[in-house]
Design a binder for this molecule. Structure first.
Ligand code: PEP
Ligand code: MG
Length: 883
């Protein structure tokens, strides 16, 4: 097997641009070389090598040495320099590169190939002593950090001391001699911390770095990142070795990062930052404040230092042409790293740029309108789960704001929460239920868990492309970065802004769209749903087959869901209506009644209330189908649980406390979820379902009478396990319907169906469909009963189950396709065999989960039903599933 793929010059060995083999970075370097863009020559060691490295006890096969030597020879040939040559040394960068970008891994070592001899050669060839010694000290510092994993604070400290001793403020004030002296100190530090001298053999340096890249694949940080992002451990990383080019060779050199479109808003305008006379890490590290790429951006920000467009117009024009070429070639917004070495432009990296949900949406719609991609592709480009971000509230512009400071608008959206100064505390407080804003000087990959737990992130340092900004955008967390007036003393749990202070635990609000940081909580408003969002929804609706309904039981939720495009109600849980303060007493009287007559008397009080509920809902839904589920939970849920409440409840219901206590004790169940609930209530107390059915049909007749648009009730019986149960309940419902129709002198079309939420029901679906006119899969209960895992108690152990790979994802979030899924398939098949036109839907929480929706599409269900805010997500996911 071949493991090394060369690129640059007229060579692109990996011509197929396979990301799985070459990693994202390697595939795109190869791709850029292939379309003739200026890429410094190099080679990629494939991900297959990584896998083999781990299979064989972290060793390289002998054959790799020869392949790497050929790779180095390729670079030497094109650059005319030799690796380790004391006169004119070739220097290389070594970078990791998995299939997808992984901030948790070792990233980059620059200037590899420098040692005590080659540094002299570099100084002579470049004619710049200072540059050469600065490069050498950077190399030692980076190598010590990412390859040898020595404490980088010690190196920073040595640099700070060197500056202090000389009375300098800036790195740029250090002279060649100063850097040379620092190199000696760094080498001594390596000896001290590592116990061995800094490697002088350039080949040892290279193999050390290659080993470190492969080693970083199994680092704790990388593992955490993979877990959070569902990245399989078996993918492995590639290693990219590439000739160095220098952005720090004086005023005609520069380095920068850019996006071909604005990754925050999606606006079709180049976006980026660059630094003259600097090396790559200077831009992202936030040491110097980067300059704008375009004149327009600089002017908009009111910044002084010239933009690249103004300072280097010719190279800028070349760069702009490259942007266009790249977007046409990759047909997506690109995130680019480039370097200008003495006036010559080099492309170091390109990849599809991470973007906010808002930008993803705008870019997808714009690119489809520009003809760069098709509408179908545009639909597939937007992650349904990310739509959530757009549907979330922003700050109310009219609400008073106590603005403490302003930073960069690094990731949009607004969030309030308590200020917390470290990631472990952030995670702890978030688990305890607090909304948390993580406040840091800057973030690093070690903060991923804290950022994930936080509602928002605020940093004192770093630009729009800083770690905090990039990661927050990817996670969909609002972020304000580089709030420079913020002085954070994490150890003391305090941050100061002028005379104001934020203490740990203080409530603050950040607005990632404007960069504002405010004291206290600022109220929010709902987002705008027209524009690009509306367009995408229209396109999605054109291609999806699955209908999307909503789970709702209040007129407000129904209205919200309709605005989001719900095509009916898939689940109206009527018990929610019983908890209403005005009715709970009548409900309790019904439960506590000693005979049917007593129950009926209480139900008579509930009837008009319930009828009014359905009337409102039918009006809002205006002729759309409405699935209404009859009472489901065990009756004791309606009784008080605290001794203190008993007296009050008893007197309200007109009973003595003793009777209430006795009845509550009678109703106690050891296993309520498998107890006296669902249709078992209807079987034992048919008058309850009779009242509910009557309320439904009376409301339907009234609305039909008033509005002319006849409601379409679908009466749903919960927790059915046998045909006979459904048959008995259908008789109750049909009788109520006939009675109401006779009284009202009109008939309404309606269906009677059942939830499939017990394995027995799924297996006996053939005969149940003889009675039921529709099935709705109640996948919450079906998951609980199929897995034998209590949905209310699973939290305690399910995370461990997911961590250990027992379930790939939480089965209450994303359907267990193998188990629960098979039961659904069986039920759908057997139900249809009996009744070919049977309506099939899903109304468990899974109805709003994109992966589960894909399963529903594959199984040929008719609709999914989701909570109102998930309706747009479901529409998009349904469209993607259909493509
Ligand atoms: C279900 O079990 O999936 C369902 C929708 O019903 P509930 O969540 O009310 O039990
Ligand atoms: Mg259920």
């Amino acid at each position: 097997t071949r493991y090394v793929y060369r690129f640059g010059g007229s060579v692109d060995d990996g011509g197929n641009q396979d990301k799985n083999l070459l990693g994202g970075k390697g595939a795109n370097l190869d791709g850029m070389a292939g379309i003739g863009l200026p890429v410094p020559p190099g080679f990629t060691i494939s991900t297959e090598m990584c896998t083999r490295y781990y299979d064989e006890g972290e060793q390289f096969p002998d054959s790799l040495r020869g392949e790497v030597a050929d790779g180095i020879a390729h670079i030497e040939g094109l650059t005319g320099k030799r690796f380790g040559d004391a006169a004119d040394p070739l220097l290389v960068s070594v970078r990791s590169g998995a299939r997808v970008s992984m901030p948790g891994m070792m990233d980059t070592v620059l200037n590899l190939g420098l040692n005590d001899q080659t540094v002299v050669g570099l100084a002579t060839i470049s004619g710049d002593d200072r540059f050469a010694w600065d490069s050498y000290r950077r190399f030692i510092q980076m190598y010590a950090d990412v390859v040898l994993e020595l404490d980088h604070a010690r190196f920073e400290e040595a640099l700070e001391i060197a500056k202090e001793d000389n009375g300098y403020d800036l790195d740029t004030e250090l002279t060649a001699k100063d850097w040379q002296k620092l190199v000696e100190e760094y080498k001594a530090l390596v000896q001290e911390l590592w116990g061995k001298p800094f490697p002088q053999d350039v080949h040892d340096q290279l193999w050390g770095a290659v080993g470190a890249v492969f080693g970083s694949w199994q680092s704790e940080r990388a593992k955490v990142y993979r877990r959070l992002n569902d990245i399989p451990g078996g993918w492995g990383t590639a290693v990219n070795v590439q000739a160095m080019v220098f952005g720090n060779m004086g005023e005609t050199s520069a380095t920068g990062v850019a996006f071909t479109r604005d990754p925050s808003t999606g606006e079709n305008a180049y976006y980026g930052e660059f630094l003259i006379n600097a090396q790559g890490e200077d831009v992202v590290a936030g040491i110097r404040t980067p300059q704008y790429l375009t004149r327009a951006a600089r002017e908009r920000a009111g910044a002084k230092p010239l933009s690249m467009e103004e300072a280097m117009p010719e190279v800028y024009a070349q760069l702009a042409a490259v942007f266009e070429t790249l977007e046409k070639h990759y047909r997506d917004m690109q995130d680019i790293e480039f370097t200008v070495e003495r006036g010559k432009l080099w492309m170091l990296q390109t990849r599809s740029g991470k973007r906010t949900a808002k930008a993803a949406l705008k870019i997808a719609i714009d690119m489809a309108n520009e003809g760069l991609i098709t509408r179908e592709e545009a639909i597939l480009r937007v992650d349904p789960a990310a739509l959530d971000q757009l549907l979330h509230p922003t700050l109310d512009p009219d609400a008073p704001r106590d603005v403490l400071t302003k930073g960069l608008p690094a990731s949009p959206g607004a969030a309030s929460g308590i200020a917390v100064f470290d990631s472990d505390t952030a995670e702890k407080r978030a688990h305890a239920g607090d909304a948390v804003i993580l406040v840091r000087v800057e973030t690093s990959p070690e903060d991923i868990h804290g950022m994930h737990a936080a509602k928002g992130i605020l940093t004192a340092r770093g630009g729009m492309t800083s770690h905090a900004a990039v990661v927050a955008r990817g996670m969909g967390r609002p972020c304000v970065s580089g709030a420079g007036t913020l002085s954070i003393k994490a150890a003391e749990g305090i941050a100061r802004i002028g005379s104001r202070e934020i203490r740990e635990g203080d409530l603050i609000t950040i607005d990632g769209t404007t960069g504002e940081v405010m004291a206290g909580e600022v109220p929010t408003i709902q987002p705008e749903l027209a524009g690009d969002f509306g367009t995408l929804m229209v396109w999605a609706d054109e291609v999806r087959r699955l209908k999307v309904r909503t789970n709702a039981e209040t007129p407000l939720d129904c209205r919200t869901a309709r605005e989001f495009g719900a095509e009916g109600i898939g689940l109206c849980r009527t018990e929610h209506m019983f908890f209403d303060a005005a009715r709970i007493t009548a409900v309790r009287q019904m439960i506590l009644a000693s005979d049917e007559a007593g129950r009926r008397a209480a139900l008579d009080k509930l009837l008009p209330e319930q009828r009014a509920d359905f009337t409102e809902i039918f009006e809002v839904m205006a002729g759309l189908p409405c699935t209404i589920r009859l009472l489901d939970p065990p009756l004791h849920e309606f009784l008080p649980h605290e001794e203190a409440e008993f007296a009050e409840v008893a007197s309200a219901a007109g009973l003595d406390v003793e009777t209430l206590r006795r009845r509550a004790a009678e109703l106690h169940e050891f296993n309520p979820m498998l107890g006296h609930r669902g249709c078992r209530l209807g079987v034992t107390y048919p008058e309850i379902y009779e009242m509910q059915a009557r309320a439904i049909f009376e409301a339907a007749c009234d609305v039909a009478e008033k509005s002319g648009a006849a409601p379409v009730p679908e009466v749903m019986i919960p927790l059915v396990g046998t045909r006979r149960e459904l048959e008995l309940m259908k008789i109750v419902v049909d009788k109520a319907a006939q009675a109401v129709f006779a009284e009202k002198g009109r008939t309404i079309e309606y269906l009677v169906g059942t939830m499939i939420e017990l394995p027995r029901a799924a297996l006996r679906a053939g005969e149940i469909a003889e009675v039921g006119e529709f099935f709705s899969f109640g996948t919450n209960d079906l998951t609980q009963t199929t897995l034998g895992v209590s949905r209310d108690d699973a939290g305690r152990f399910l995370t461990t189950y997911v961590e250990k790979g027992i379930y790939a994802r939480d089965p209450f979030v994303s359907i267990d396709v193998e188990g629960v899924g098979e039961l659904i398939q069986i039920a759908a098949e057997r139900g249809r065999a009996t009744r070919p036109d049977i309506k099939l839907g899903i109304c468990g929480e899974h109805g709003g989960d994109p992966a589960s929706i894909a399963f529903c599409e594959a199984t040929g269900l008719d609709y999914v039903s989701a909570s109102p805010y998930r309706v747009p997500i479901a529409r998009l996911a349904a469209a993607q599933a259909a493509l």
